[in-house]
Design a protein around this ligand. Sequence first.
Ligand code: PEP
Ligand code: MN
Length: 384
Amino acid sequence: MTPDKKNDMKLDLNIQPLSSWIKTGAEPLVIAGPCSAETEEQLVATAHLLAKTGRVSALRAGIWKPRTRPGEFEGIGSIGLQWLKRAKDETGLPTAVEVANSKHVEEALNAGVDILWVGARSTVNPFTVQDIADALKGVDVPVMVKNPVNPDLSLWIGALERINNAGITKLAAIHRGFSSHEKSAFRNEPMWDLAISLKTHAPNLPMINDPSHICGNRELLGYIAQKALDLDMQGLMIESHIDPSVAWTDAKQQVTPSALVELIERLTLRKPEIKGTVLQDKLGELRNQIDKIDDYVFQKMAERMQIIEKIGNYKKENSITILQVNRWEEILNKRIPYAKALKLSPEFAEKLLELIHSESIRKQTEIMNKGQEGQQPQEHLTHA
Ligand code: PEP
Ligand code: MN
C-alpha cells in the first residue's frame, strides 16, 4: 500500500456473531468481575456469587493492570491466571482478561483464558496492538478491543483491523468512554457519537458498553447502561467485587454481585423494530415527517449560502474583512435566547450556529481568493 493512501473510514472486518463465542441468551449480555484479581479467595468467592445470579455470561478480572502512576497496584500477575482457572472450573463461567503484550497473550492462552481484551491504554499504541495481533496469529480466541483513551475513532478502528488481520474473527468493541479536559460527572466522557460512528462503519461488529469506566462511580452506572442498551449495544461489561469498599483498584465504581443484579433488573430492554407491525407503521410515519423537515432545513441552508455568496462578493468588491467578530456575537446573542424559547438546548444551538458560520466563512474565503489560487494555503476558519 502506498503511504497515507488508505481510506481510514472504510471498515471491512470479517466477523463472527457474538453468539458464536459467548452465551447471549441472558438479556442483557453481561460480563462481570472485579477490576483486579487481588487474592484467590476474593476472585473465586466473587465468581461464585456472580455465577449464582444467572445473569452473567463471563467472568472478567485484571491480572496485569496498566496504572497511570508507578507505585500503584500493578496487578497480581501470572499467578492470577491459576485463580481464574479455578474460578472457571468451579463456576463454569468463561473467563476474560486484559492483555497488553505478546507475553500476556501467550500466558493467558496457556492458562486456558477464554476471552482476551485490549485495554484503552494499549489501543492508543499501534506498536502494542500489532505486538498483540502478531501473538494471536493462528489462534482462535475471541478478542474485545476497548476504545482508546483519547477520542480518536481511527485508532480504535486501526486496532480492530490489526486484530482482525491477524485472523481473529470473534471480535467485539468495548465502549469505555474517553479522556476529556472538560469537567464532568463522568470519569471518562461517553462521547456516544464516536461509538455510534464505529457502529455505522461496521454494523456487524458487536459493541459492548463498559459503564464502570465511563462513570467512575456506582451512582450513574444504571443510567449509562440503559443508554447503551437504548443505542442497541449488544452487552455490558461491569466491574463487580465481593466487597468494593476494600477493592485494591477502582473501588468507587465497583458493585457487589447483588447490587449488580438489582442494576440489571432495573434496565428496560427495548425491542429493535419489527417489520410489518403497527409500531413500525407509526415509526415510518414519524420518520417521514422528519425527512420532510430535513429536506426543508437543507433547502433553507442552500438559500442561506446563496446570500453568503452575495455578501462575499460585496466584501471582496469593497475590500472588507471576512470575519467581523461583532457580527458573530450579534448572531449568537440573538439566536441563543430564541433557541431557548423554542426549547432547544443552548449548547446545541451554539454548535449548530458555529457549524453554519464556519461554512459561511469558508465559502467567503473561497470567493475572496478566487483568481489568486496557489498564492495562499486553503484554511478552515472556525470559532473553536
Ligand atoms: C479495566 O477494565 O479494568 C481497565 C483497566 O479498563 P480501561 O482499559 O478501560 O481503562
Ligand atoms: Mn478497572
